[in-house]
Design a protein around this ligand. Structure first.
Ligand code: SAH
Length: 205
């Protein structure tokens, strides 16, 4: 997976490639699709949701420019797979999921894999999670209707937000960096496709 799907397709950060190689993806996919665990695509995990394509997880992780010291907010725990990958790249992961059954399953899978430093929270993360802010980085794993100022305001100085933002029938993976004097630097990383971010600051469910 690392050699064929990630390296050479834009993933060059060795820390990300190592983390992707270290997390057993099969532990996060449902029993019936375990044989497809390393296929080059998203897979259903129930409740109309998916475990993201490995390339998308790697792309988001790489775009966050993590050094290892950050507290990272993840919105959209889903299977828990991306939280496990993130846990190799930063100090602490706070991961929010709106579907409680998925939070429970993700927690069990993370425990089974011995992943530490991930706290799963069940709730609507469309407006971030201000109670635990500020974050060194925020990763959104669902498509947002717009670039949310509420999320940017939960970053510490120099922090990065990576979020798929709606555009032309799909999404554009977008990175916002909060500068030292409060300025916002917005970069478009590339087109992507995600399930919708549903909630108060997202789409209607
Ligand atoms: N990163 C996940 C992919 C999850 S797909 C993985 O590796 O498996 C996106 C997830 O975002 C879904 O589980 C969906 O339920 C969740 N989601 C959508 N809107 C949300 C919101 N407002 N708050 C928290 N989670 C949300």
């Amino acid at each position: 997976m690392v050699e064929q799907q990630l390296r050479g397709r834009g993933i060059t950060d060795e820390r990300v490639l190592t983390a992707m190689g270290a997390v057993p993806r099969e532990a996060f996919v449902p029993e019936e699709s375990r044989h497809l665990a390393y296929a080059d695509g998203a897979l259903p995990i129930g409740f109309d949701q998916t475990i993201s394509q490995p390339l998308m997880v790697a792309e988001i992780c790489q775009s966050l420019l993590l050094t290892g010291d950050e507290k990272v907010l993840e919105i959209g725990t889903g299977s828990g797979y991306s939280a496990a990958v993130l846990s190799h790249l930063c100090k602490e992961v706070i991961s929010i999921e709106r579907i409680p059954e998925l939070t429970n399953r993700a927690e069990a899978a993370l425990r089974e894999c011995g992943v530490e430093r991930v706290t799963c929270i069940s709730g609507d993360g469309s407006g971030g999670w201000p109670a635990l802010a500020p974050y060194g980085a925020i990763a959104v794993h669902a498509g947002a209707p717009n670039l949310s100022e509420r999320l940017v305001s939960q970053l510490e100085q120099g922090g990065r937000l990576v979020v798929p933002v709606s555009a032309d029938g799909g999404e554009v993976l977008t990175r916002v960096t909060l500068g030292d004097t409060g300025q916002r630097n917005v970069e478009e990383i590339g087109p992507c496709r995600f399930v919708p971010l549903i909630g108060e600051a997202g789409y209607e469910g």
